[in-house]
Ligand binder design. Structure first.
Ligand code: NAI
Length: 343
């Protein structure tokens, strides 16, 4: 319920009022990978957010062009584009950033799993995490680059190696799974998707994505339930296939990333009861070697304020959780091992 209220202020019914509100303090938000499919619409949505006063767009190519374009949108925030050799590079892009969103990295092509991206994206995320740890160690880091199940542990290991890791400030962005789960149930039940907020836990790939429909008040039976769960778990594949090799979800992901950033900013600026799902360091399955897990998280001025328990689940949902936990363990170990072997 709270999560629904939290997200609705910008991305639901009362969005116009929220967009015309004035910012209460200066906030620099950086996007790393701003020239890409996600980075561009994400930058646009952040430009529309009055809580953002300075927008910093970095990419190995194309960010100054995106910045020039987005900077003409008639909201007050300043926008600067950076490339490695332009405008002071990543150092200037990250200096003073309060929030850093990382959609840098390659997306999937048809037939690929998110784990297939590991070889390319692991080193991209590791290197960007090093820059963040050196330049803005206190920023909230929002990892969008896949495989999120592994890129979040990679980021944590880099921060740990530099002695600046703060588990309250590192988030894997799983908001899109909740957005999809909520939209898909509304299609089946003919409800307003803005009023749906399905709890989705676990990780962000295939069978690690676990929608807890039983907690929503909706029920589906038999094949319809199985199809719904499969669609939430593999919804990203619909987009990958439809784009036919040209990438994965970018527009819906941009919306989900901007929603998460907005929630963090609200919490940072003192709003209470802001709850979003996120893949964070979590005690819930630590005894099984799973150190990161996504559940609803209450956000506060210092990042993660409270990790919500999973709550009551059905026998079927428990089986899905068991599968997710098993897979996550391997994904997390792979990320940790990568940084140890490739510091
Ligand atoms: P894209 O290929 O369109 O854009 C990626 C951008 O990253 C490019 O502009 C590229 O130049 C830039 N880049 C590459 N290396 C960089 C570096 N070292 N520093 C700065 N920028 C760098 O890809 P797209 O579609 O934007 O996807 C980005 C990532 O987001 C992919 O890994 C994708 O799998 C992931 N994703 C995550 C989702 C989630 O729910 N967390 C949903 C959808 C995609």
């Amino acid at each position: 319920m709270l999560a629904r209220q939290a997200s609705k202020s910008v991305f639901g019914a009362v969005s116009r009022r929220a967009f015309s509100a004035s910012a209460s303090h200066a906030t620099k938000v950086a996007v790393l990978g701003a020239g890409g499919g996600i980075g561009q619409p994400l930058s646009l949505l952040l430009k529309l957010n009055p809580r953002v006063t300075e927008l910093s767009l970095f990419d190995i190519r194309g960010a100054p062009g995106v910045a020039a374009d987005v900077s003409h949108v008639n909201t007050k925030s300043t926008v600067t584009g950076y490339e490695p050799e332009k405008n002071g590079g990543i150092e200037a892009a990250l200096k003073g950033a309060e929030i850093v969103l990382i959609p840098a990295g390659v997306p999937r092509k048809p037939g690929m799993t998110r784990d297939d991206l590991f070889n390319t994206n692991a080193s991209i995320v590791r290197d960007l995490a090093k820059s963040c740890a050196d330049i803005c160690p206190d920023a909230a880091i929002l990892v969008i680059a896949n495989p999120v199940n592994s890129t979040v542990p990679i980021t944590a290991e880099v921060f740990k190696s530099k002695g600046v890791y703060n588990p309250k400030k590192l988030f894997g962005v799983t908001t899109l799974d909740v957005v999809r789960a909520s939209r898909f149930i509304s299609q089946l039940k003919s409800t307003d998707p803005a009023n749906e907020n399905i709890v989705v836990i676990g990780g962000h790939s295939g069978e690690t994505i676990v929608p807890l429909l039983s907690q929503s008040g909706h029920s589906l039976e038999g094949q319809e339930l199985a199809d719904y769960i499969k669609r939430v778990q593999f919804g990203g594949d619909e987009v990958v296939q439809a784009k036919g090799g040209a990438g994965s979800a970018t527009l819906s992901m941009a919306m989900a990333g901007a929603r998460f950033a907005e929630s963090l900013l609200k919490a940072a600026q003192g709003e209470k009861g802001v709850i979003e799902p996120a893949y964070v360091e979590s005690p819930l399955f630590k005894d099984q070697g799973v150190t990161y897990f996504s559940t609803n998280v209450e956000l506060g001025p210092n990042g993660v304020e409270k990790i919500h328990p999973i709550g009551k689940v059905t026998e079927g949902e428990q089986k899905l959780i068991d599968v997710a936990v098993g897979q996550l363990k391997g994904n997390i170990e792979k990320g940790v091992k990568f940084v140890k072997e490739n510091p």
